[in-house]
Design a protein around this ligand. Structure first.
Ligand code: SAH
Ligand code: SF4
Ligand code: F3S
Length: 450
């Protein structure tokens, strides 16, 4: 085991991935180094509770850690994130777990870890929600990457009937604009040229007591104007909070990418009403039409839930109709699962798992067709690809294959001469569509190259 070494295991959404990255950099700034789980002195499990048996996943992860570390009292295990917020000090039943930190508590985890290493008899729980967005300590410098995420808010006030997020992440708290812009500038200074703004309900940014009066559109304008920025994206919007100014941004802001992940959840008005989503299918379709008017080539993706309590076969077919009408390029789809404390968990007319599963497969088959049609119509087009890393699957016959994203967020593999290309923007013509990605030709010469 290496003294002052750590290993982080991450489940869940982009917010969790982002929290784990911050924790790693904060620990590095305090003199810790990253290590394999077999060698680490500190192991942190950053957890998610949004769907299906998350507690079981955490328990089996803790079991695997015990197998690796053999219950050594010298190894410190921490559980952070949404399951930690939910289960709290119950997690101390596992002898090795000495730190439990919830969604806001994770901000104090680096200092807590140092205290726990000094005092082996101690256990600490950090479970309180803060009333305002609390800035976190600066970590070690960012590693060079083509693109990065910046958090703009924490929590959610919407209480969709199925969702645990408002319970695990707390009420919505917007971050102050200067701090967001400072993070964006640091990301750009580290070599990135693409910024994704992150939050559970980004269009509602600023509309809470923690905000500084800046609206989401004003924030987009400010980030769009930062020197060095080539691409701006955000996740996740809520259809009910997407105002005309947010729609217009897709036609007005030079760097805002023509891609939006817009969660629909269900296509039937009856189901949407019981979900508490506060829009109906007609409002969603009107929004899609307005987005296409502002930005004709915008690519849309979505989240869908099948088998919500009371969903009839006819309700489900309306979800399929909406998918076709919106022509989603991709979607994340899930079987509804009960989450403790949510209002839907108390609904009586649950859908049997086999019916849910059958609907999920039919939905995913339709999405495959829509996705493949979308990818196929890209063949022959020229596009800009921001290269991220070497492709995991090298294209046969090429020196090297690199992968990156086009403005629509599609994954594109590009043959490149041997060398380091992370962060380079290249222009290529798409020559082939795979099931989930595109393949481009060797890049066209850059302007002013010769
Ligand atoms: N505000 C975030 C929500 C995060 S949860 C966002 O809009 O992205 C991500 C997705 O998980 C949701 O959009 C929903 O489709 C799915 N989800 C949430 N709770 C669920 C549940 N109880 N059962 C099944 N899917 C769920
Ligand atoms: Fe999971 Fe939601 Fe928590 Fe993200 S915010 S980790 S999706 S429960
Ligand atoms: Fe969840 Fe709905 Fe908020 S899906 S995160 S309660 S917008």
């Amino acid at each position: 085991m290496k003294e002052h070494s750590f290993h982080i295991i991450t489940f869940g959404c982009q917010m969790n991935v982002h929290d784990s990255q911050w924790l790693a950099r904060a620990l590095e700034a305090r003199g810790f180094c990253e290590a394999a789980p077999e060698e680490a002195q500190v192991i942190v499990v950053n957890t998610c509770s949004v769907r299906e048996k998350p507690e079981l996943k955490v328990m089996s992860t803790l079991g695997r850690i015990r197998q690796i570390t053999g219950n050594s009292p010298r190894v410190l295990v921490g559980v952070t994130g949404c399951v930690a917020q939910q289960l709290g000090e119950n997690l101390f039943r596992h002898r090795q777990v000495r730190l439990v930190a919830g969604s806001d508590g994770i901000a104090s985890a680096p200092a807590a870890i140092e205290r726990l290493l000094e005092d082996p008899a101690l256990r600490l729980s950090l479970l309180d929600f803060t009333s305002h967005y609390e800035e976190r300590e600066a970590g070690a410098p960012l590693p060079r990457a083509a693109a990065g995420h910046v958090n703009i808010m924490q929590g959610c006030d919407n209480f969709c009937a199925y969702c645990i997020v408002p319970f695990t992440r707390g009420r919505q708290k917007s971050r102050l604009t200067p701090a967001i812009l400072a993070d964006c500038r640091a990301l750009l200074a580290s070599g990135a040229s693409e910024v994704t703004l992150l939050g559970q309900n980004v269009n509602a940014f600023g509309r809470d007591k923690s905000g500084d009066g800046t609206s989401f559109r004003q924030l987009l304008d400010a980030v769009n104007a930062l020197p060095g920025l080539a691409r701006l994206r955000y996740v996740t919007p809520h259809p009910k909070d997407m105002g005309p100014e947010d729609v217009a941004a897709f036609g007005e802001l030079e760097h805002l990418c023509p891609r939006l992940h817009l969660p629909l959840q269900a296509g039937s008005d009856a189901v949407l009403k019981r979900m508490g989503r506060k829009y109906d299918a007609a409002r969603f379709l009107a929004l899609v039409e307005q987005l296409r008017a502002a930005c004709p080539d915008i690519a849309l993706s979505t989240d869908l839930i099948v088998g919500f309590p009371g969903e009839s076969e006819d309700d489900f077919l309306q979800t399929l109709d909406m998918m076709r009408a919106c022509n989603f390029m991709s979607s994340f789809s899930f079987c509804y699962s009960d989450r403790p404390g949510t209002s839907a968990s108390r609904f009586l007319d649950k859908i049997p798992p086999d019916v849910q599963q059958d609907r999920l497969l039919r939905l995913q088959a339709l999405q495959d067709t829509l996705s493949q049609t979308w990818l196929a119509q890209r063949v022959g087009q020229e596009t800009d690809v921001l290269l991220e890393e070497r492709s995991r699957r090298d294209t046969p016959g090429d020196d090297e294959s690199w992968q990156g994203r086009d403005p629509y967020g599609a994954l594109v593999h590009v043959p490149m001469p041997a060398g380091e290309h992370t962060g380079r923007m290249v222009r290529t013509r798409i020559r082939h569509a795979h099931r989930h990605s595109l393949v481009g030709e060797a890049p066209l010469p850059e302007r002013g190259d010769d």
